[in-house]
Design a protein around this ligand. Structure first.
Ligand code: AMP
Ligand code: MG
Length: 439
């Protein structure tokens, strides 16, 4: 416990904060159907199963001649097997006739095998190598210089999947490979979890809109948190709308927050600023006096320990710190998992990662990072060398620092308890924007 905690705030561990949040979030908000081209990056709302065997017909794996393997027994380059050519089967065509004893059919990669054939001899292993199909067909005979075994170069029906087999599980994030599977299975439209919609509201009398011209009056700054939070929300698959900035007055902020939570338009509300113990900390005041539930108002993490979360009408209010980097840490650790859960991802496990995700680790380089009573999340850069990941603290690390955020790729996790971490130590790193290797 941090001795500087205000007595009326009890700091809870990050995992406990995540657990409390997770209990108020559905796993998947609602399913919607989107065109296949728009499914990239979304999470599947339903399992996707094969409705036919894949492939659904027996096909050739090479360009060559479909044969009965037994007809080629003992063939050698000096003593080729000579076979009668029945036809030429191109991709998309169906064979006209079965293969009988002593017969072969010229066949292209991916074309269906004629009945009777149980192997394909590669074109290169015949005397038709380099001979155009029409001439080879006209010749009527082909010489095979090598014996084939049954099954050679034949892809049996159902080799990749049996009918009914689950190929993509609900909750899977759709990448390019999954898109190929969906396309092959005929999913012109795909059932995915709908994107969460979040409202972003910056509070602070010092805040000006981004478009405010320079030079700024002393004491005033542009609201950078709203744009950052909207980008982070987007990187987590959500759509964001900006409702602020607003000044620090409860009578201005409260109605906007309540309307955003109750109006049915948003699935969560993210605020920044006003959550400390200062004189104008409007969100602290709001969470103390509103008619919703406060899940917690202090977390054992730095920066962002004052991050507070409430719930009203079944919707979450994330009151993030105003300090830009504390705001980012609050989002990554508490908001992102909730947004992912709304899109069908299971709640994080006890170690705040997805159950199927191993912790990402890197070797610390640069300067040692001192430990403190709380867990620290220090923004860092990452690089790969010789099969290892290396993390180094990025720029200034005061929670009020803004510019060094541009370099942040990850948060370096420093365990609580004071020992800190040193160069050469294996440290846990937490991705920013959902992926470790962002540019
Ligand atoms: P607060 O959490 O309101 O005490 O704010 C902490 C620090 O973050 C102050 O220096 C604020 O000026 C700054 N800050 C608060 N909100 C924003 C914002 N939306 N964009 C950039 N800086 C902010
Ligand atoms: Mg403020």
């Amino acid at each position: 416990m941090d001795s500087r905690s205000a007595p009326h705030r009890t700091a809870i561990p990050v995992r406990e904060a995540q657990r409390r949040i997770a209990t108020h979030v559905p796993i998947g908000l609602a399913a919607e159907h989107v065109p296949l081209a728009d499914a990239w990056g979304r999470r599947l709302a339903r399992d996707v199963c094969a409705d036919q065997p894949i492939p659904h017909f027996r096909r050739s794996g090479v360009d060559g001649y479909a044969v009965r393997a037994s007809d080629t027994a003992g063939a050698a380059s000096g003593r080729p097997a000579e076979l009668d050519v029945t036809e030429s089967i191109a991709c998309g065509q169906v064979p006209q006739a079965p293969i009988g004893a002593g017969q072969a059919a010229r066949i292209m990669t991916g074309a269906p095998l004629p009945e009777g054939a149980d192997a394909v001899i590669m074109l290169e292993q015949t005397d038709a190598w380099g001979v155009p199909a029409a001439d080879a067909l006209a010749a009527g005979r082909v010489r095979v210089g090598k014996p084939a075994a049954p099954g050679d170069n034949v892809t049996p029906a159902g080799r990749e999947a049996a009918p009914g087999e689950r190929l993509l599980a609900a909750g899977t994030r759709v990448g390019a490979g999954a898109i190929a599977v969906l396309a092959a299975l005929g999913h012109a439209r795909v059932a995915v979890w709908r994107r969460p919609r979040v409202a972003v509201l910056a509070t602070g009398a010092e805040l000006l809109p981004v478009a405010a011209p320079s030079p700024l009056a002393p004491g005033r700054i542009r609201d950078s948190n709203s744009a950052m939070l909207a980008a982070l929300a987007r990187s987590a698959g959500a759509d964001a709308e900006l409702l602020g900035p607003l000044d620090d007055r409860l009578d201005h902020v409260l109605p906007v927050v309540l309307e955003a939570l109750a109006g049915g338009r948003y699935d969560a509300v993210l605020t920044s600023g006003g959550v400390s113990v200062g004189d104008y900390d409007v969100m602290t005041e709001l969470l103390r006096h509103w008619d919703g539930v406060r899940l917690f108002d202090k977390v054992q993490m730095r920066p962002g320990s004052v991050t507070s979360v409430g719930v009203r009408d079944g919707r979450l209010l994330f009151a993030l710190s105003g300090n830009p980097s504390a705001c980012l840490v609050g989002f990554e650790l508490l908001v992102r998992p909730a947004l992912q859960q709304m899109q069908g991802e299971p709640a994080p496990g006890p170690d705040h990662r997805r159950h199927d995700e191993p912790p990402a680790q890197a070797v610390l380089e640069g300067a040692p990072i001192p430990g403190i009573a709380f867990e620290r999340y220090v923004r860092g850069r990452l690089r790969l060398e010789g099969g290892r990941a290396y993390a180094r603290p990025a720029g200034g690390n005061k929670s009020s620092d803004l510019i060094s955020l541009r370099e942040a790729q990850c948060l370096i996790v420093v365990p609580p308890g004071g020992e800190g971490v040193r160069p050469g130590d294996l440290v846990e790193v937490h991705p920013i924007e959902g992926a470790l290797w962002t540019p």
